[in-house]
Design a protein around this ligand. Sequence first.
Ligand SMILES: [Mg+2]
Length: 310
Amino acid sequence: MDTINGKIKKVSTRKSKKVCVPETVVIKNSRISALDSLSCQIRQDIINMLLEAKSGHSAGPLGVVEQYVALYFGGVLNHRPGEPDWAERDKVVLSNGHYAPAFYAVLARAGYFPLEELQTLRKFGSRLQGHPHRKKLLGIEASSGPLGEGLSQAIGLALAAKMDGKKSQIYCLTSDGEQDEGQVWEAVLLAGKLKLDNLTAILDRNNIQIDGYTEDVMPLEPLKEKYEAFNWHVLEVDGHNIEEIINAISHAKAIYEKPVLIICHSIPGKDVDFMEWKFEWHGLPPNKEQAQIALNQLRTLNGRIISEDS
Ligand SMILES: [Mg+2]
């Protein structure tokens, strides 16, 4: 990382000249990596989008940021933001469509569309619908909203890539609450049978869903062993450790004749103290006062970093 007197001079942008990332942060007491700094900025994007939209989901998107940053900015995804329909690209299916604020913010920061467009989230006529709409925005591989369908869509893409002799990797971004859907387990069964080693599911294990904690609503554990029994290779990582996530995604590419599940243990509402671990924030946006508190906390990581002008 390029630093001068503790300041991050420039954030690494491996995939696109159009990426838009924080210029500098001043580090106090600890080093914050460039991608951690980017994650902090994306969380602020999410709060600003939700405040403007006056509707949408807070807890899940705030908790998943490092997972998406690792995938899109960690040098593991083969993509071209300036040419989103490039035939040889890896493909990403966002199955839990309500994570759209995090997904859109990462796509914008990666250069798929202008940052200013983030403020149109959920507006009438916007390309940024509350749940992703494939025909409205390049970079979205599948429309989503009804939960549990993305893995089936990703299997279709993975199977097609193999039939076409392409080396593309297919990623399915999913979550723990989605595992309650029966279709997920049909897909898990099929992917194992087909030995789809070009398929990686990245599961946000934040332990909440819309109306409670996952183990109260529908116990999922032992999740790892369940997938393994269906012929998947399973990795578990700290969902906020970008290096761990990047390593797991790289590891997944080397697995032969098995699809891979990466379970990312995360904190819902990450870095906003009144949202963390609160399932009540699953589907709520912050009001103006709450957003201001959240932004203040995110800008400083609760005192761990200070802004340039302070
Ligand atoms: Mg969840």
